[in-house]
Design a protein around this ligand. Structure first.
Ligand SMILES: Cc1ncc(COP(=O)(O)O)c(C=O)c1O
Length: 359
């Protein structure tokens, strides 16, 4: 079976972990600090704050921006649930704006109609490794005095007009094993604002500015040095990983037939966290079953948009229509694109998809 994801762990990561275990400093220590510095440099920002996951990075970033009870945050309904759940954790409410059918990302033209006096922030999700159209999003945020918290959990190193994901507003990243780089589990917040960075550090560590003096409610969302050691080694390989993903995507897009392949608009650099097709004529699930029977892994990201998830409907009372997100949920299929694919794997993927789609 050609798997949909495959973490790439080499001798460097193993050696780095052993060094931490031998060092005696296993919880948050010098590797976390070094990882934060290197990650900030990769994004082209001043500060990075490591956390335990992408979810906690989002949660902490929202709290650091003062988002809470009674506030509204505009985001995409076509994403992993954590983008919206992190807003709920703060007591605020996600307000969904439909997606652009070509990019699968928040459609900037629909944002202004969703702004109310309670809107505090926009949370664009750079889905599948492609940035949102950030110029209009930043312009709308500035015009209405809104914060921007980027969900860059799927877009490490991706570019929009020469700027990296996570460098527009406050960025949040996941370092889960299937991501473009990993620390096993982990998250990262990126910002140019020293006060936001400081607030994130305080919230991450039980609201503590001075040792054992707690001025506000915080959490234990600290990354360990074991995770940071893996992350540091992975970060060194990120450019190569992303190049391999882009090459694999290019091969697939050149050879696949009968499906709509992902787009990379002018001025963007996609990092293909996922290589996501649209399958026409209601054939998506049948293609998926055919691929499964013939040794090619695939996955539907995401079969249910967030506003249609059962607890959003039943418990939170969401009754909105997001036609493009709903259509995408019916049509999308992600194929393997990870750096470990061989040329033979790519040829097999293309052959199986084309056999089915052209039959
Ligand atoms: C778009 C998006 N947001 C948030 C998250 C949450 O990250 P984590 O799983 O590290 O908590 C993920 C990860 O799966 C994601 O894909």
């Amino acid at each position: 079976m050609i798997s949909i994801a495959k973490p790439q762990m080499g001798p460097e990561e193993k050696q780095a972990v052993l060094e931490v275990l031998d060092s005696g400093i296993i919880a948050q220590g010098p590797r976390v600090k070094a990882f934060e510095g290197a990650f900030a440099a990769m994004c082209g920002v001043e500060h990075a704050v490591a956390t335990t996951s992408g979810t906690t990075a989002l949660h902490v970033a929202l709290l650091a921006h003062g988002i809470g009870e009674g506030d509204q945050v505009i985001t995409s309904p076509f994403t992993f649930i954590a983008s919206a759940n992190s807003v709920l954790y703060t007591g605020a409410r996600p307000v969904f704006v439909d997606i652009d059918p070509l990019t699968f990302n928040l459609n900037p033209e629909l944002i202004e109609a969703a702004i109310t006096p309670r809107t505090k922030a926009i949370l664009p999700v750079h889905l599948f490794g492609l940035l949102c159209d950030m110029d209009p999003i930043m312009a709308i945020a500035q015009k209405h005095g809104l914060q921007v918290i980027e969900d860059a959990c799927q877009s490490h190193g991706a570019l929009y007009k020469g700027k990296r994901a996570g460098s527009f507003g406050t960025g949040t990243f996941s370092l889960y094993p299937t991501k473009n780089m990993t620390s096993a589990e982990g998250g990262m917040i990126t910002t140019d604002d020293p006060q936001i960075a400081e607030e994130c550090r305080v919230i991450r560590q039980h609201g503590m500015r001075r040792r054992y003096y707690h001025d506000e409610l915080g959490f234990n969302f600290r990354m360990t040095d074991v995770h940071a050691a893996i992350g540091l080694e992975q970060l060194k390989k990120l450019v190569g990983f992303n190049q391999a993903r882009r090459q694999n995507a290019h091969y697939l897009s050149t050879h696949l037939k009968g499906v709509s392949v992902p787009c990379e608009p002018e001025g963007y650099q996609h990092v293909y966290h996922q290589y996501t097709l649209r399958v026409p004529d209601g054939r998506r699930d049948a293609l998926r079953a055919y691929l499964q029977e013939n040794g090619v892994g695939s996955e539907v990201y995401y079969p249910v948009p967030v506003h249609q998830q059962s607890f959003y409907v039943k418990d939170l009372g969401y009754h909105v229509s997001m036609p493009e997100a709903e259509r995408a949920a019916q049509e999308v299929l992600s194929l393997p694109v990870h750096p470990a694919l061989s040329q033979a794997d790519l040829e097999t993927i293309v052959a199986r998809v084309n056999q089915f789609m052209l039959s």
